[in-house]
Design a protein around this ligand. Structure first.
Ligand code: SAM
Ligand code: DTB
Ligand code: SF4
Length: 348
């Protein structure tokens, strides 16, 4: 295994990686990981749900779909200044990237001024910005890029073959089109999926094959373990074998050696040993803070204790002077008056 970046993986190669003995797979993943990254650093992102619940889509895993009774309280789009306060708190507790998520099929025209102000305000704090707002058209992607958005998260979730069992309201191709629009606008891509939805190993291989054969690998690859939420169609899904989750992380690391692989949702149900194995398999990013979007995540100090026990340091995000100057200029445009007036009230 040379460690070169490849975009021509075959299904047989990916399935062979999954079939290896666990120790061989982990050794290979960790060896490659060390060619591209400091193995003792983990990137830290914090999530913020800027618009919660009442989503028209039918994603079978999701507590925010309006179609399932999950007892979730719906919330309107957050005010811009509140989002910036949350970002400041996330920065103070050590996050370098702030990821804003909305339970939308796609943003509407009237939403765009608010979300672009959020990007400008968070960027001005010197943090990396990420958003996940559903499908984007070409123009929306360009507007977000112009506002300074660094990353856009849009997951493929699973293999093309299993996808129709999980979501019927948007197609796999819709997702690929959004990802193409994000790339064309010049943003970094955050794209991954969920393990533990009842898929076969061949579906995990199918998802990773899609990601690894993109013309450019996603810079960030979130691997979520299904959070089984009462009221969703997947609430009673059988528990996943933890080693199958770790295998998926390891194969992602081998296929996309220069990408950050994020140990994403599901950490609340993982013990410290499992998380340590995920880091050994090549995961080098986490969501940090006691809430994901709507479900619990380990408390920040518990994560810091784990980092300390494992000798892991949070990866720093160097803000270069020119970048800082640019963001300060952006902040000047987001005047106090604008922030105060941007109190968005329409339910969307
Ligand atoms: N509405 C937007 C969309 O779907 O594109 C953005 C937010 S959505 C909550 C972002 C991602 O969170 C989904 O694509 C899915 O991978 C992940 N997710 C949602 N619910 C989850 C759950 N119960 N367990 C694990 N991952 C989940
Ligand atoms: C991703 O892949 N996982 C995050 C983020 N991208 C937006 C979301 C996880 C959501 C878990 C369920 C919830 O908290 O609502
Ligand atoms: Fe809506 Fe996103 Fe949840 Fe699907 S995953 S129901 S699009 S919030």
């Amino acid at each position: 295994m040379s460690g070169a970046i490849r975009n021509d993986w075959t299904r047989a190669e990916v399935e062979a990686l999954f079939s290896q003995p666990f120790n061989d797979l982990l050794f290979q993943a960790q060896t490659l990981h060390r060619q591209y990254f400091n193995p003792n650093e983990v990137q830290v992102s914090t999530l913020c749900s800027i618009k919660t619940g009442a989503c028209p889509e039918d994603c079978a895993y999701c507590p925010q779909s309006a179609r399932y009774d999950t007892g979730l309280e719906r919330e309107k789009l957050m005010a811009v200044d509140k989002v910036i306060e949350e970002a400041k708190a996330a920065k103070a507790s050590g996050a370098t990237r702030f990821c804003m998520g909305a339970a939308w099929r796609s943003p509407k025209g009237k939403d765009m001024p608010y979300v672009t102000h959020m990007v400008k305000g968070v960027k001005a704090l010197g943090m990396e910005t990420c958003m996940t707002l559903g499908m984007l058209d070409v123009e929306q992607a360009q507007d977000l890029k112009a506002a300074g958005l660094d990353y856009y998260n849009h997951n493929l979730d699973t293999s093309p073959e299993f996808y129709g069992d999980i979501i019927t309201t948007r197609t796999y191709q819709d997702r690929l089109t959004t990802l193409a629009n994000v790339r064309a606008a010049g943003m970094k891509v955050c794209c991954g999926g969920i393990v533990g939805m009842g898929e076969e190993e061949s579906d995990r291989a199918g998802l990773l094959l899609q990601l690894a054969n993109m013309a450019e690998h996603p810079e960030s690859v979130p691997i979520n373990m299904l959070v089984r939420v009462e009221g969703t169609p997947l609430a009673d899904q059988a528990e996943l074998d933890p080693f199958d989750f770790i295998r998926t992380v390891a194969v992602a690391r081998i296929l996309m050696p220069a990408s950050h692989v994020r140990l994403s949702a599901g950490r609340e149900e993982m013990n410290d040993q499992m998380q340590a194995l995920a880091f050994l398999a090549g995961a080098n990013s986490i969501f940090y803070g006691e809430k994901l979007l709507t479900t619990p995540n380990p408390e920040a100090n518990k994560d810091m204790q784990l980092f300390q026990r494992l000798g892991i340091k949070p990866e720093s995000h160097e803000v270069h002077e020119t970048e800082q100057e640019q963001t300060e200029a952006l902040l000047e445009k987001v005047t106090e008056a604008q922030l105060d007036s941007v109190f968005y009230n329409a339910a969307s």
